[in-house]
Design a protein around this ligand. Structure first.
Ligand code: PXP
Length: 254
């Protein structure tokens, strides 16, 4: 085990995902609530980055939202997208700070699993090459699985984002032994990915109840959190929700 195994590698960044501000807006086809306004409030409330997923069906974030975010934000944008030619063209037009490649199925409610990098290695390597050349930090959203991590390193990704959805679901279902086993997998795979030279991020489904053990993984450098924060903001406001998440992350990191 390396001497840094239990020492955080640096300050943990919080990327606030604003997709579900757009979900509420789109429910009524109105102009509000505005995700760009939410991004600006997140910026003032301690977010280190903004994450937005432009889905093929545009069910939440729209093309105009991405344009607005690129024009008005000073925080780095993490642009989540499926590996399609349409999305690649959009990303190459905007050149966001980071592009996170996620799997996308039309019928799913949210991004349900990690990307199959190992099976699609050649096509993904070709797909991300122009994004890398354009200066985007390419991140690959994957399960805590050694084969997927090795494939992500081989295709030249700079970052992997570990999918914390299974860990959060097991917590919510009260399956604490299985949750703890998934946490061990996430912890080991974060260390392994770091050894391979990948920057490690994590996200999906995180809440006040589940964030601390993930924030405590020393190699994790960024958490991307959306649905819970936007929901919590209904009750406490976005600055308070983000501030409390930030506090829990920082406390776990010490
Ligand atoms: N990271 C990735 C790659 C995602 O696809 C999502 C969901 O869009 C998140 C993080 C945020 O997940 P949640 O909205 O459940 O916090």
């Amino acid at each position: 085990m390396s001497e840094t195994a239990n020492t955080p590698l640096g300050k943990l960044r919080l990327g606030v995902n604003i997709d579900h501000v757009a979900t509420v807006r789109n429910a009524r086809g109105s102009a509000y609530p505005d995700p760009i306004r939410a991004a600006k409030i997140a910026e003032q409330s301690g977010a280190d980055g903004i994450t937005a997923h432009l889905r093929e069906d545009r069910r939440h974030i729209s093309d105009a939202d991405i344009e607005g975010l690129m024009a008005e934000l000073t925080l780095p944008l993490n642009f989540e997208m499926a590996a399609t030619a349409e999305m690649q063209a959009i990303a190459l037009r905007h050149k966001p700070h980071a592009v996170c490649i996620v799997p996308e199925k039309r019928e799913e409610r949210t991004t349900e699993g990690g990307l199959e990098v190992a099976r699609e290695e050649n096509s993904l390597a070709h797909f991300i090459a122009p994004l890398r050349e354009a200066g985007c930090r390419v991140s690959i959203f994957i399960a805590a699985d050694q084969a997927q991590i090795e494939a992500a390193a081989r295709i030249g990704a700079a970052v992997i984002e570990l999918h914390t959805g299974a860990y959060c679901d097991l917590h919510a279902e009260g399956k604490f032994d299985e949750r703890d086993a998934e946490l061990v997998r996430l912890t080991e795979m974060a260390a392994y990915a770091h050894e391979l030279g990948l920057e490690v991020h994590a996200g999906h489904g995180l809440t006040y109840d589940t964030v601390a053990p993930i924030a405590a993984i020393p190699q994790v450098m960024e958490l991307n959190i959306g649905h819970f924060l936007i929901g919590e903001a209904i009750f406490t406001g976005l600055p308070t929700a983000i501030g409390e998440m930030r506090r829990l992350m920082d406390d776990a990191r010490v």
